[in-house]
Design a protein around this ligand. Structure first.
Ligand code: HEC
Ligand code: HEC
Length: 213
């Protein structure tokens, strides 16, 4: 009896220590602390609440904080090396911020609600939906839904929300993955998908995704 109680206590203590370590390794951002920088600096392009107006600037509202934080880190040039994700505007915008501030801004944008776009092209919606839900087995193209979820909400922490995003932005990212100019996807997951897609398929799926909820 006594021994088993001791064992239980040891287990609990070990578990508590482990949890504390994990929390130290990945401190949560503070949305309230992120808000002033996010609205004043990032808001000019991404909208004060992360719902940008122009299609070149992706919506950040409602995105998973882990994904937002990873992208900010990937944009930030370090040790004189080429940043992992290359974009002249964002490489400059993020340079001044440290990881704590990035986590706070990520927490802020993640807590906002996304105002989604709509699909605009009736003629390609069926193809877009087919590719999104089922991929194309004949050429080994996996379904987007497998990693980004049936409604495009993504699967935290690795798989971003893509539903409701501007079609133009989604299309540009798929093409960047296809030509390898965006190469920050773990295990080449997106490059292996995009390389199997034609321009017409990319356009169709991007338009479909804009209206996905
Ligand atoms: C001058 C306009 C501009 C400003 C200001 C700006 N951004 Fe961006 N941001 C962009 C553009 C353009 C992209 C798309 C880059 C690309 O096409 O790869 C982007 C992309 C991003 C992404 C990637 C989104 C995704 O879905 O992958 C994040 C995260 C981001 N910005 C965060 C920020 C933060 C945080 C700030 C403020 C410190 C900020 N941005 C300020 C223009 C801007
Ligand atoms: C095997 C899993 C997997 C599949 C299948 C997949 N994706 Fe992805 N996708 C990812 C991962 C992981 C990322 C995040 C990459 C990173 O960390 O920068 C991503 C990122 C993206 C982005 C960039 C989002 C942004 O905000 O910049 C787009 C767009 C995208 N995927 C579209 C698609 C489409 C369209 C399909 C189907 C044709 C698809 N994905 C299939 C795993 C996948």
């Amino acid at each position: 009896m006594k021994r088993s109680l001791l064992a239980l206590l040891c287990t609990l203590t070990a578990f508590g220590a482990q949890a504390a370590d994990a929390a130290k390794a990945a401190p949560k951002g503070d949305a309230a602390r992120g808000q002033p920088i996010a609205s004043a600096v990032c808001g000019a392009c991404h909208g004060a609440d992360g719902n940008s107006q122009l299609a070149v600037n992706p919506k950040l509202a409602g995105q998973h904080p882990e994904y937002l934080f990873k992208q900010m880190k990937n944009f930030k040039p370090a040790d004189g090396k080429q940043p992992e994700r290359v974009n002249a505007i964002m490489n400059g915008m993020i340079a001044a911020f440290d990881e704590g501030q990035m986590r706070d801004m990520a927490a802020y944008f993640a807590a906002q609600s996304q105002k989604g776009e709509t699909a605009k092209n009736r003629e390609t919606i069926e193809l877009g939906q087919k590719l999104y839900r089922g991929g194309d087995q004949s050429k080994g193209l996996p379904a987007c839904a497998a990693c980004h979820g049936p409604a495009g909400a993504g699967i935290p922490a690795q798989y971003p929300r893509i539903g409701g995003q501007f079609a133009e932005y989604t299309e540009a990212q798929l093409k960047a993955f296809r030509e390898g100019s965006r190469a920050n996807d773990p295990n080449k997951m997106m490059r292996m998908v995009a390389i199997k897609m034609t321009d017409a398929e990319i356009k169709a799926v991007s338009d479909y995704i804009a209206g996905l909820r």
